[in-house]
Design a protein around this ligand. Structure first.
Ligand code: NAD
Length: 447
């Protein structure tokens, strides 16, 4: 089927399904076209930003609202002008909450009339079609991220993309192409890996680079917590509506815990080691997930680097167990504890004597990424950091696939040979979704 006839097919299917399903009212109805079908890149230069930077939010749940709040609170020269969420009620609620906070005393920092609130699966494109939108915040379920990034870069918008930026190899490749395109046209892409903008990590890694712990010998990274949310299916939801609503538990949407959450820690491994590893050897388990969840509840992975050094990742969601989210770098002369969230960094010598310490403030880091992004847009000095976060996201995918399959996954295989593309070819609301399944080592293979 040609791209055009496939598009028509999708549109027709979606329209027919729309008429038939009452649940559509909650989530909106539209079709979604897989990334390979997006139009050719446009070649015109990026538009000069207006004096006030107009922002569109795509995905208005917890983080989309949070990121909008972060940028409004740190940047006096931004305003929110459009919001899309597959669930139009969520977009409206986000608009109302932000307006209540930021439109005090006659201010119009949240200027989103009802006609600029878009529901449905194609709502993102309606935001991107608005000429006055300079920058978009992308914070939907991660499985859609590379599609939205690709479309946003094609529309020559500046981008804030939440992590992870991909959950499979097809997404990684789309991100690499979008990175190159943004660089060429001079638009920004900042990503939601906030540790990269947190002084406790920046200064700690600077000390490591300066030699405070001697040669880096090995590293551990952990994301171990007691669990994650699960959203019960609502009456009338189609399979597709339900999976997108309860996105964490479906691998094509979340990438499993190692990708969705632990990409923060794996990104720190990438940062400290200066790039991706050559191979991954992994293991994991699934003891206690709800029946239709595709997630495992633990994955551990040894990442091996070209010079033989090993960085060991452990991730799990286990109740009544110890929480741990730190990165620890072991050197020939000392140890650097790059601790999670707000817990700061401490560096000691091999006898435990403190050599350096600095407090952490993750809330400030969440804002700093938006400050740097908006300053870069205003100064026309683009930051384009998508490839780095795409590599960290693919490291997570590589660890997951090594665990799921029981096979050793190499970076060469993942980047050059793998055809892993998890997104269903047809995503319609309402609509069918792939039947959930749990990957079983020995049966599931690297692909
Ligand atoms: N940087 C961080 O520390 C951090 C923290 C939390 C979440 N996140 C990331 O932010 C993203 C969103 O997480 P969240 O906690 O806000 O989840 P959420 O479920 O609260 O919000 C996601 C929203 O996206 C909407 N959505 C899903 N698919 C969509 C689509 N195709 N088009 C339009 N809307 C769509 C959903 O309806 C929902 O409102 C995830 O990628 C997550 O990993 C990052």
């Amino acid at each position: 089927m040609s791209d055009q006839s496939r598009r028509d097919f999708i549109a027709t299917t979606a329209a027919a399904a729309t008429a038939a399903t009452a649940a559509t009212a909650a989530l909106g109805a539209a079709s979604f076209i897989a990334p390979s079908n997006f139009g050719a890149w446009q070649s015109a230069k990026a538009p000069a930003p207006s004096k006030t930077i107009n922002i569109g939010v795509i995905g208005a749940g917890g983080r989309g609202s949070g990121a909008a709040n972060d940028t409004l609170s740190i940047n006096p020269n931004v305003r929110i002008v459009a919001i899309a969420d597959i669930d139009v009620a969520k977009a409206t609620a986000a608009r109302d909450a932000l307006a209540e906070e930021y439109n005090k005393d006659g201010a119009t920092r949240v200027a989103v009339p009802n006609e600029r609130i878009f529901g449905g699966i194609d709502g993102y494109q309606k935001v991107l079609d608005l000429k006055d939108v300079d920058l978009v915040i992308l914070a939907t379920a991660p499985g859609f991220r590379h599609v939205h990034i690709t479309a946003a870069v094609a529309a020559r918008k500046h981008v804030f993309a939440e992590k992870p930026v991909c959950v499979d190899v097809a997404g990684y490749r789309a991100c690499c192409a979008a990175h190159d395109k943004a660089l060429a046209q001079g638009t920004c892409i900042v990503t939601g890996t906030q540790y990269r903008r947190q002084p406790s990590f920046i200064e700690g890694i600077k000390k490591i680079r300066e030699g405070m712990i001697g040669d880096v010998v090995a590293m551990t990274a952990r994301y171990c917590s007691n669990g994650i949310w699960y959203r019960d299916r609502k009456p009338g939801m189609s399979d597709m509506e339900y999976q997108i609503y309860n996105w964490m538990h479906f691998i094509w949407l979340s990438g499993d815990q190692i990708t969705e959450q632990a990409v923060h820690n794996i990104d720190v491994v990438h940062w400290v080691m200066g790039g991706p590893p050559v191979r991954a050897f992994a293991s994991g388990s699934r003891w206690n997930r709800p029946a239709d969840s595709e997630m495992w509840d633990s994955i551990s992975c040894d990442y091996e680097f070209a010079d033989g050094r090993i960085c060991s990742f452990t991730g799990r969601h286990w109740a009544n167990s110890d929480n741990q989210g730190d990165n620890v770098v072991y050197g020939s002369k000392g140890i650097a504890y790059l601790r999670a969230f707000d817990s700061g960094t401490q560096i000691t010598d091999r006898n435990g004597k403190e050599l350096f310490s600095i407090k952490g403030n993750i809330g400030a880091a969440y804002k700093q990424e938006h400050k740097e992004l908006v300053e870069a847009v205003v100064a026309s000095r683009p930051i384009v950091e998508l490839r780095q976060t795409a590599e960290s996201s693919l490291m997570a995918v590589m660890g997951r696939e090594a665990a799921y399959s029981g096979q050793t996954a190499t970076w060469d295989f993942m980047t050059n040979k793998s055809q892993l593309d998890l997104m269903p070819k047809l995503v319609t609301i309402p609509g069918d979704a792939p039947a959930p399944f749990v990957r079983k080592p020995g049966e599931y293979r690297l692909q």
